[in-house]
Design a protein around this ligand. Structure first.
Ligand code: PGA
Length: 247
C-alpha cells in the first residue's frame, strides 16, 4: 500500500442538515496535512451539497453511500455516479451489506455500480462480508472470495479502488472478529484481488464493523488492514478522530 490508510465515516440514514454540517466542520478543522491518515465522510444524499460546502478546501474527502449503475435515465429515486462527482464526491460506497440485504443487490449489480463509479471518476469502496450463519458454517473465506470475484470490475488499481471487509454480524452490534480472523480474511482478500488487478498490493482494504476508539488501535494494526469504514462511531467527531488517530 502506497497511500495513507483511509478512515471513512458511513453516516447511513442519520443526522439532519444542521448536525451533518456541524460534524463536517469539526472534522475539517481537525485534520491537518501532517495526518497519518486520509479521512472521508459519506453523508446521506440530501446533505452531500451542504457538507461539500463545509469541507471545501479542507483535507476531508466526501463520499456517497450508493450510486446507480446507469449514467442517467428513468430511475426514479436513484442517483448517478456522475451526479455524485458533480457535487464534489471522491468516493462512493457500493455493495454495503445493508443495501445487499434491504435492496437485494447482487455481486453483479455491485460490480456494475463500481464500474459506473469509475467511469464517472469516483473511487468505489466495494463492501464484502459474511453473515453470522456463514461464519458459523466455516464458509467465510469462500463467501468473501466469491464476493470479491463477483463485485469488482477488472482493471482497477490502488488509486481507483478501495475494498471494505465488513462482517455482517459485526455491523452495529459491538461485536468484532478476533484480530487473527481479521488477518485471515484480509490476507485472503489481498490474494483474491490479484486475479482482478495487477496492483493488488496497492489496493486499500478497510475493516468495518463496530470499530470504535477502544478497539481501533488493535484492528488497524492487523496486517493488510489499510483503514476503517466506521458507522456509529463516525457520528461523533471526537470518536471518529480518535479512531483516525489510531493508525
Ligand atoms: P458500525 O457500521 O461501525 O456502526 O458497525 C459499519 C458500517 O456498516 O459501515
Amino acid at each position: 500500500m502506497t497511500s495513507r490508510p483511509l478512515i471513512a465515516g458511513n453516516w447511513k440514514m442519520n443526522l439532519n442538515r444542521e448536525a451533518a454540517t456541524h460534524l463536517a466542520q469539526e472534522l475539517a478543522g481537525a485534520v491537518g496535512a501532517a495526518a497519518a491518515f486520509e479521512m472521508a465522510v459519506c453523508p446521506p444524499a440530501p446533505y452531500l451539497v451542504p457538507v461539500a460546502e463545509v469541507l471545501g478546501g479542507s483535507l476531508v474527502a466526501l463520499g456517497a453511500q450508493d450510486c446507480h449503475a446507469a449514467a442517467s435515465g428513468a430511475h426514479t429515486g436513484d442517483v448517478s455516479a456522475a451526479m455524485l462527482q458533480d457535487v464534489g464526491c471522491t468516493y462512493v460506497i457500493v455493495g454495503h451489506s445493508e443495501r445487499r440485504a434491504d435492496h437485494g443487490e447482487t455481486d453483479e449489480q455491485v460490480r456494475a455500480k463500481a464500474a459506473a463509479a469509475r467511469a464517472a471518476g469516483l473511487v468505489p469502496i466495494v463492501c464484502v462480508g459474511e453473515t453470522e450463519s456463514q461464519r458459523d458454517a466455516g464458509t467465510t473465506l469462500d463467501v468473501v472470495g466469491r464476493q470479491i470475484a463477483g463485485s469488482i470490475p477488472d482493471g482497477l488499481d490502488g488509486a481507483t479502488l478501495v475494498v471494505a471487509y465488513e462482517p455482517v454480524w459485526a455491523i452495529g452490534t459491538g461485536r468484532t472478529p478476533t484480530v487473527d480472523d481479521v488477518a485471515a480474511v484480509h490476507a485472503h482478500i489481498r490474494k483474491t484481488l490479484s486475479a482482478r488487478t495487477a496492483d493488488a498490493p496497492g489496493v486499500r482494504i478497510l475493516y468495518g464493523g463496530s470499530v470504535k476508539p477502544s478497539n481501533a488501535v488493535e484492528l488497524l494494526a492487523v496486517a493488510n488492514v489499510d483503514g476503517a469504514l466506521v458507522g456509529g462511531a463516525s457520528l461523533k467527531a471526537a470518536d471518529f478522530l480518535a479512531i483516525a488517530r489510531s493508525v
